[in-house]
Design a protein around this ligand. Structure first.
Ligand code: NAP
Length: 310
């Protein structure tokens, strides 16, 4: 199949384009400011998705059978810092992609977030009424409504919990950010009362490929890890996995109010073969960014457990 993936240089998109190409699909990978390395079966294209004409031209040129939208302003802090840009990227762009997908008779797989919920009454089913308490969650919820309105029968909205894994930039995922900060001697405060179900970017990529291969799937689904874990607990288990002492590097703190964003993914699990996993199964997938290897070795006396192969 001909797949067009936006946000191909991001954490989710980069893992997805590799899995889709490996599964034999022809992939057009849309990059914003960053470049991709060469990957077989992947042709990469630079396009500012805020440029409506360029985006339209690209989709008409490629004429994809599936559009997977991984482009976004994905950090809640970045959304707060630039709400106008966030609305354009997180709400208006998905709506335009849905209209273009409909025009070329393509399916749209759009990624959303557990943060469409406020965290006060978990676990959340895909049929529960969303109520975001952040601007990020609001921009993502507006997009969900917009894309499903355009073409409900050919659109999948996949809400994700916290994505763990290895990124193209080696700076995007939690373990990459923690290792960088720890190498700079920073002790980080992590919340014990913010609960997520961390999932693997690699397994998510396999799930997205499966969704591409199942044309009958449409509507809203949840995809998450099988275990509810606090942000502090994630940090502590990552530190231990890399041979570091959690007490030296992280400090437990609490937020203004507890937030449990555990998602029930049984609806998707009943319709697909790929399985999610527990947090401990994600740890062996985490690689040490090459520029931090010598710091880690000096700290633990051991060579890194896994190396990047980009
Ligand atoms: N990561 C998570 O834990 C998580 C959790 C829940 C939901 N999600 C959702 O999953 C999706 C993917 O997230 P992610 O973590 O992979 O995001 P990410 O790593 O922040 O990547 C964002 C992508 O968007 C692209 N982009 C931004 N502005 C652009 C523009 N004007 N034109 C073209 N491309 C542009 C970036 O391209 P360049 O870098 O090349 O500029 C990058 O490839 C998002 O919808 C996010 O809301 C993520």
């Amino acid at each position: 199949m001909q797949i067009l993936c936006t946000g191909a240089t991001g954490l989710v998109g980069y893992n997805f384009i590799k899995a889709a190409a490996e599964a034999g699909h022809k992939v057009t990978a849309v990059c914003g400011t960053r470049e991709l390395p060469q990957i077989a079966n992947v042709s990469s294209v630079k396009c500012d998705l805020l440029d409506e004409h360029a985006t339209q031209r690209l989709i008409l040129d490629v004429f994809p059978q599936i559009i997977v939208n991984c482009a976004a302003i994905s950090s809640p802090a970045d959304v707060d810092a630039n709400p106008e840009l966030a609305e354009k990227m997180n709400t208006k762009l998905p709506e335009r992609l849905a209209i273009l997908a409909n025009h070329v008779s393509a399916r749209l797989i759009h990624l959303s977030t557990d943060m469409v919920f406020d965290g006060s009454c978990a676990p959340y089913k895909n049929t529960d009424v969303p109520m975001p308490c952040t601007l990020y969650g609001t921009t993502k919820l507006m997009a969900e409504k917009a894309v499903l309105k355009v073409s409900p029968a050919t659109t999948v909205v996949l809400r994700l919990s916290h994505v763990s894994g290895n990124s193209l930039t080696r700076r995007r995922s939690l373990h990459e950010k923690l290792l960088l900060n720890w190498s700079l001697g920073k002790k980080l405060k992590l919340r014990t009362d913010e609960i997520k179900c961390p999932l693997s970017a690699e397994r998510l990529a396999e799930m997205l490929v499966e969704i591409c291969d199942r044309p009958n799937l449409s509507g809203i689904y949840h995809y998450a890890g099988l275990e509810s874990v606090s942000r502090y607990d994630m940090g502590a288990r990552i530190a231990k996995y890399f041979g570091l002492k959690p007490d030296e590097f992280i400090e437990p703190v609490q937020g203004d109010r507890p937030m449990n964003l555990t998602m029930d993914m049984s609806c998707l699990a009943a319709r697909t073969k790929n399985r999610s996993c527990m947090f401990d199964e994600l740890l062996p997938e985490m690689k040490v960014p090459p520029d931090l290897e010598s710091w880690l070795k000096s700290k633990t006396g051991k060579a890194p457990i896994k190396r990047y192969k980009l």
